[in-house]
Design a protein around this ligand. Structure first.
Ligand SMILES: Cc1ncc(C[n+]2csc(CCOP(=O)(O)OP(=O)(O)O)c2C)c(N)n1
Length: 904
């Protein structure tokens, strides 16, 4: 967007605009292009003749009437009657610009005629009529906010849609459909209230317009060939959406309210009813619409990126022109959309190559309260939706009591999304009939607001009256719709005990490994392709060297071992070509790799054109996509979680820049990745790469918090790897790519080890794939005096200190599922069956309250049994992850490594 356009939005200097406009009219090239762009982009510049008729006299009137129209388009929403509550009205400084005096008129001009040919269908219009029309269009129950932050073509489109009186006309069929949705919604909520008084259902009453709006989105979308909607929403109104949009049987919902209800979840523990997802297919005429509501936790807005990830994964399977037929709809609360940073992170994705989804529809259900707090407490912005402006997303503010305005907004939003592939926001301004939940008393904190709310009539009654008066429906027809809806609830209630929603078992996704691929020569051939760029590609000198080195690593002479970057590349190549597994990898700077170890994409030094060898290995290979992520962890990881849910036959990887940054996405880790299956039955074969290792770089770049993932590991929910060699890393990536488990995984990847010679394995060792889950110490068959268990990099410090001492060092390459049998076998290999006691240690570089210790202690003790006492050697407990200086780090390291050697 041209930034200067934003400057123009400040119309306080009207005389400057007048001058520029006069100049522009004389000669459009005489003004700066940004000014002419501005004048061209607004409709009046094209449609109006600004010549005043004889009755006008004041000079500059041409510009003033043009500015008047422009100001209404721009600022009319500030005066729109969108708030159904009788509360103190909000003021905005720009409102002033809508006073005729500010625009160079006086009340004496009201009856004067102005030529406006082509604008209102009339040749000329009185100032009063012009104001009335503008006010009707822009200051009614639908306020449109779009000027100055979108683009001229979008502005023009919205102007045309708003000013064309017949655009968005409300047909009888639409009115009746909207009414039925309202009736079903409100009767369903009232029924729940009657049968389950005081139970939490997070009623939508007060904003029940949400349902007709959603339903209209489907209808308009359907007419534009949108056949899949993926929805994300929080608690408010969720049950109504399930029952009245996704057609989840009411009987099943009622049953979930019963105190004795336990659903059959095949051993899973489930979630509360207002967090569960649902999917359905609905018929619309000849077409079908796939409708999915994503499961989500309580954490408001956390589902937003998950929805987008799911949408993107679906779109990735479609041809270019069909991608927009899958659409994300995100329903937000006013307090959460204004307060939660993940909304910004998610909206930031709208134009990014790795994340864009052709725009999303956002609906903000603004009930003017968040739990007990109002916007005075929660919002510095004028509107709850103001974030939209940062992303050029038009906002349609709707009075929650005006069904027609809601329907019009829904149609317009869908049209805009399909035409421009941008985000569009609909704000439904209503109220919350009850407390935050139905057990709450809202008048404790909002007495005045609730006085106004108590006077309110249900929207269906308001709308029924309007329709009856307009002759759209007779009273008895309206009543019949209600009766039918009541009967649906009664009937469902009677049948609720038989209502069973069967759990859908996901299709088995195991890809059978084809052992022939490990034919060394086939992999070597692939490796060569990975190291090849097109003949005319201007490769950076140092990159040439990297590729030459990589080639040497796979050379039959075997003089050079495989580094970690090459191990990963080889694993990817094998998956893409031999197993046909598509791969998507994203993370901050992941194309190159934070530590310059990956180099997945090369850039032509003359043209800047990118080339990704893994995407060009051979015809028929699976797709390889690598993206540099936006600088976000929360939304970026949420997106990949969603993507992986849909990408059950592909490998989805997310990489943190340093492992500790993953805690910015802790909500996604805790609420989705580790628990999504147990709560919702969601299988997310997502792999996290978290760089981890103590190298004296300070507290913030050392620990990826292994302890946290181990604490979260249960119910066979996740795999946790800490590879210590490049062969082990190859194996972890390759096995993950085979999608054997359908589970998420964390691979704690190294930093210093990436090119550390002792950690680099030979090509033969790599392809053997025998490093997981334990690397037992082959060195000793007898006479071992001490046995040390550890994971990761510290093994190399211990081996160096060991020299020729008879100390066996065993690394656990996979921590979860805990490799009990393999460890037992390794112990037996080293110690034999003898029971004589030797020291057995667990050594780690992390502090005692971190790392693996707490997790491995009881598990190793169980395996070791009475043969020995397991002892801890490592850093003491600490509140901070590591020392602030390299010197202190090394001092600590030397101390505990020495201690490990000295223990008798
Ligand atoms: C991230 C997060 N923080 C706090 C809460 C607790 N909480 C639940 S509902 C709510 C108020 C939400 O207000 P709003 O977004 O306006 O939605 P409403 O409930 O009014 O529909 C809060 C703070 C939560 N669920 N998620």
């Amino acid at each position: 967007m041209d930034k200067k356009i934003l400057d123009f939005a400040n119309l306080s200097n009207l005389s400057l605009i007048e001058q520029m406009y006069t100049k522009y009219l004389e000669d459009s090239s005489s003004v700066d292009p940004s000014w002419s762009h501005f004048f061209e982009g607004i409709a009046f510049a094209q449609t109006l003749s600004h010549v005043p008729t004889e009755q006008t006299s004041s000079s500059g009137v041409e510009t003033s009437i043009a500015v008047l129209i422009d100001n209404y388009r721009r600022y009319g929403h500030f005066l729109a009657t969108t708030n159904p509550l009788d509360l103190e009205s909000k003021e905005h400084a720009y409102q002033e610009l809508l006073s005729i005096e500010k625009m160079g008129f006086s009340s004496a001009d009201l009856d004067k005629m102005y030529e406006v040919s082509g604008w209102s269908g009339e040749k000329e219009i009185s100032l009063q009529a012009c104001l009335d029309r503008l006010s009707r269009i822009y200051c009614g129950n639908l306020g449109v906010e779009f000027m100055g932050f979108t683009t001229p073509d979008i502005e023009q489109f919205i102007i045309e849609q708003m000013e064309e009186e017949s655009a968005g006309a409300f047909t009888r069929e639409e009115q009746v459909t909207a009414f039925s949705k309202l009736v079903d919604t409100e009767i369903f909520e009232e029924f729940l209230n009657k049968k389950y008084p005081g139970q939490k259902r997070f009623s939508i009453e007060g904003c029940s317009l949400l349902l007709p709006v959603l339903s209209q989105l489907l209808d308009t979308g359907n007419a534009l060939d949108v056949d899949t909607f993926i929805l994300g929403m929080a608690h408010r109104g969720r049950l109504s959406v399930l029952a009245n949009l996704l057609n989840k049987p009411c009987a099943a919902i009622f049953r979930e309210f019963d105190p004795d209800f336990i659903s059959d979840m095949q051993g899973r523990s489930g979630d509360v009813k207002y967090h569960m997802g649902y999917s359905t297919e609905i018929e619309k005429g000849q077409k079908k619409i796939q409708l999915e509501l994503c499961a989500n936790p309580s954490h408001l807005e956390s589902v937003d990126p998950v929805v987008l990830g799911r949408v993107r994964a679906r779109q990735d399977l479609l041809e270019e022109e069909k991608k927009s037929f899958v659409c994300a709809v995100l329903v937000h609360g006013d307090a959460s959309v204004a307060g939660q940073g993940v909304v910004y992170e998610t909206m930031q994705m709208v134009n990014l190559p790795g994340y864009e989804t052709r725009g999303s529809i956002h609906i903000v259900v603004n009930n003017q309260i968040g739990f007990t707090a109002t916007e005075k407490d929660t919002q510095s912005t004028y509107y709850a939706t103001d974030i939209a402006k940062a992303f050029s997303a038009p906002v349609l503010h709707v009075n929650g009591e005006d069904v027609e305005a809601g329907i019009r907004a829904a149609k317009l939003a869908m049209l805009i999304r399909q035409k421009f592939h941008i985000d569009v926001v609909i704000e439904i301004v209503g109220y919350r009939k009850y407390g935050h939940n139905e057990g709450d008393e809202p008048a404790f904190t909002q007495p005045v607001m609730y006085q106004s709310i108590r006077k309110k009539t249900n929207l269906r009654e308001v709308f029924a009256k309007q329709m009856v008066e307009a002759g759209v429906l007779s009273e008895s027809e309206a009543k019949a719709i209600e009766t039918q809806s009541e009967a649906r609830c009664e009937e469902s209630f009677k049948n609720k005990t038989q209502a069973v929603i069967s759990e859908k078992e996901e299709e088995k996704t195991l890809v059978e490994a084809n052992p022939s691929y490990m034919n060394a020569s086939a992999l070597r051939t692939l490796a060569k392709r990975v190291c090849t760029v097109p003949a005319d590609f201007d490769l950076h000198r140092k990159m040439r060297r990297v590729l030459d080195e990589r080639l040497a690593m796979v050379d039959e002479k075997g003089e050079k071992n495989i580094d970690w970057g090459m191990a990963e590349t080889l694993a990817f190549a094998a998956l893409l070509v031999f197993e046909k597994v598509p791969i998507r990898l994203s993370g901050q700077d992941s194309m190159r790799g934070t530590f310059a170890h990956r180099q997945a994409t090369f850039f032509d030094q003359t043209t800047n054109a990118p080339f990704t060898p893994l995407a060009h290995l051979e015809q028929g290979q699976a797709s390889f996509e690598v993206y540099n992520a936006l600088l976000s962890e929360y939304a970026a990881l949420g997106f990949e979680y969603g993507y992986s849910l849909e990408n059950q036959k592909g490998m989805t990887l997310w990489e943190a820049q340093f492992g500790d940054f993953a805690n910015s996405a802790q909500t996604i880790i805790d609420q989705y990745i580790v628990s999504g299956y147990q709560k919702w039955g969601e299988k997310a074969p997502l792999t996290l790469l978290l760089p981890h290792g103590y190298e004296g770089q300070g507290p913030e770049h050392s620990s990826a918090r292994i302890e946290r993932f181990l604490q979260l590991a249960a119910f066979d929910n996740i795999e946790v790897f800490v590879p210590s060699t490049s062969a082990s890393y190859f194996q972890a990536i390759f096995e993950r790519g085979l999608l054997k488990t359908g589970k998420p995984a964390v691979i704690f990847t190294p930093k210093a080890l990436l090119r550390f010679a002792p950690s680099l394995s030979s090509f033969e060792t790599v392809i053997e794939r025998k490093s997981l889950p334990v690397i037992c110490d082959e060195k000793f068959s007898s006479g071992v005096k001490k046995l040390i268990f550890c994971s990761g990099k510290v093994a190399y410090d211990l081996r160096e200190a060991r020299g020729d001492k008879k100390i066996a060092i065993v690394t656990l390459e996979r921590l979860y599922p805990f490799p009990k049998e393999e460890i037992a076998a390794c112990i037996e290999q080293i110690l034999g069956k003898k029971s004589s006691s030797i020291p057995v240690l667990w050594v780690q570089e992390e502090h005692q309250n971190m790392g693996c210790w707490e997790f491995v202690k009881p598990r190793l003790e169980e395996i070791i049994g009475k043969r020995a006492n397991l002892q801890y050697v490592g850093r003491a407990k600490s509140a901070s992850t590591s020392a602030g200086s390299k010197a202190l780090h090394l001092k600590e390291l030397n101390q505990f490594v020495k201690e490990a050697m000295d223990v008798l």
